[in-house]
Write a protein of this length. Structure first.
Length: 133
């Protein structure tokens, strides 16, 4: 009776660690994109771009990576879960609807992780950025 609990506990630890890595990786990706596009966003804001458009630019860049990764994970994860049913650990196959649901959860976490750096685009000082070079 203890083996299923142990496997469930280990699975939760691994899943939590992977979600933390996704969170940190997405934040770093959004922060890097903001750093690379700081001058462009400064020029856009200097000519009258609303701050919401700067936030949208950063969020769309991060969302494309996040959705691509979630789609790839769902496509590769589904055959893996089907193969886990053959292992004699009494692991039931997950329903097909689980993959899109997990992808949506991971995409939501990625959105929340990218929101911080994207909101940092609102506080960019266009004058300082234009004088930098």
């Amino acid at each position: 009776m203890q083996q299923p609990r142990l496997l469930m506990g280990l699975g939760c630890i691994v899943a939590s660690t992977l979600l933390a890595l996704v969170l940190v990786g997405t934040w770093a990706l959004a922060r890097m994109e903001l750093g690379e596009r700081e001058r462009e966003l400064g020029i856009r804001m200097a000519v009258g771009c609303p701050p919401t458009q700067a936030v949208r630019i950063i969020l769309l860049g991060s969302a494309s990576w996040a959705l691509g990764g979630a789609l790839l994970g769902a496509l590769l994860g589904w055959p893996l879960t089907r193969s886990l049913g053959a292992i004699p650990w009494h692991i039931a196959e997950l329903p097909l609807a689980f993959a899109p649901a997990a992808s949506l959860v991971v995409s939501g976490i990625c959105f929340l992780a990218a929101l911080g750096p994207a909101l940092g685009a609102v506080t960019l000082d266009a004058r300082r950025l234009l004088r930098a070079e």
